[in-house]
Design a protein. Structure first.
Length: 370
């Protein structure tokens, strides 16, 4: 017996059609799958974000840590001018990077009329184009429009005048130990330079380093007092830190990270218009410089020669020769306290593969892993 009503016109049954139920079921299934796909995408993005933060660091996405600029200015006094000159032209060797040199000469003289005018950094193997800016007071191409605090923040905190994070070849993490008075002296001296018009391109760092480097700057938010120089070794250790002895005289891996256990033991290959040279071992080990005494160390820093052997001009002895005898002997006293590390580096013989640092340098094949 039929229970469904009859269509008066077509005499067809008007029971709900099966394909209606199928369409509804398909739609529900599609909605379910769409939700699943969206959830999976959200999870993928979340995991990718966490992974990216872990890989590149949070500052790659947030920008470098930077404190707000202040309107502080530094009084221009003769004492600060003198101290600033000593720091810039000697201890910190600022003009090593911030001036163009004639690298074909042993003392790498600065090109005439371009002191502090900036330069494209010449070292081969850097992750992109690295430019040391013009520090002279030129208003168009230099630091003429930069405030005192812009300069101070860039020196110790790694933040450029325009707020960008600076590449770590600018050793602002070492300079964090500079006292407030020394920073003021540096700024005062830089203001005294002759303005030089020298247009330069901007630094361009390649991926992923351009993001990773944003994690390096950190603000200095409290006063930095003068360092403890109460002993000769403490004085020498402080100076060696500012000079960056360890940064050049430590072997590095393929990513240019310092290799633990090779601190001050040399082997880092530096290549540029000065040629290709490996930094020597500075530790008191037999493979280092145990034969140095104070007199030889001072003579080497003053002349660029160890006896008759010429030191490559990539080593800024031509800046460090401006240091006082007291500072040089303090540095030497500190070097004598280093842990002896056996690592043979000899630039007078053909380079061979070193198993300790993975670099090609003279006497590399004479080294053995312990």
């Amino acid at each position: 017996m039929l229970t469904a009503p009859l269509d008066a016109e077509n005499y067809t049954l008007t029971t709900p059609r099966a394909d209606h139920y199928l369409t509804s079921a398909r739609f529900s299934t599609m909605k379910l799958w769409l939700k699943i796909v969206l959830i999976v995408l959200v999870l993928i993005i979340a995991f990718a974000g966490v992974g990216a933060v872990k890989l590149f660091g949070p500052r790659a996405f947030l920008g470098p840590k930077a404190r707000p600029l202040t309107n502080r200015t530094f009084d221009r006094t003769p004492a600060r001018l003198q101290r600033g000159s000593y720091l810039v032209n000697g201890e910190l060797a600022c003009m090593y990077c911030h001036s163009p040199h004639d690298w074909t000469k042993h003392d790498a003289p600065i090109r005439a009329g371009l002191v502090g005018a900036g330069d494209l950094f010449p070292e081969i193997g850097l992750p992109g184009r690295v430019v040391a800016p013009n520090l002279t007071p030129d208003s168009q191409t230099g630091a003429g429009t930069w405030t005192d605090d812009m300069l101070a923040r860039s020196i110790r905190e790694g933040i450029g005048h325009d707020g960008r994070g600076l590449f770590g070849i600018m050793p602002y993490n070492q300079y964090r130990e500079l006292s407030d008075e020394d920073v003021a002296s540096i700024v005062v001296y830089l203001r005294s330079l002759t303005p030089v018009r020298n247009p330069l391109p901007q630094t361009q760092i390649i991926f992923p380093v351009k993001y990773i480097m944003l994690n390096w700057p950190a603000p200095v938010t409290s006063a930095v007092p003068p360092p403890d120089l109460s002993t000769q070794v403490k004085r020498g250790g402080y100076l060696a830190t500012l000079i960056g002895c360890k940064e050049c005289h430590t072997g590095v891996d393929a990513h240019h990270n310092p290799i633990p256990g090779l601190e001050f033991a040399g082997g880092q290959v530096l290549e540029g218009p000065w040629g290709k040279v490996a930094s020597p071992n500075l530790t008191p080990d037999a493979s280092g410089i145990p034969y140095y005494d104070e007199s030889l160390f001072i003579q080497t820093m003053r002349t660029g020669y160890v006896g008759a052997r010429e030191i490559n001009q990539v080593m800024p002895w031509w800046a460090f020769r401006n240091l006082t005898d007291e500072d040089l002997t303090s540095i030497f006293a500190y070097l004598k306290t280093l842990k002896p590390i056996t690592h043979r580096v000899d630039n007078s013989v053909p380079p061979t593969l070193c198993p300790l640092d993975g670099a090609m340098h003279g006497s590399g094949d004479q080294n053995r892993k312990q």
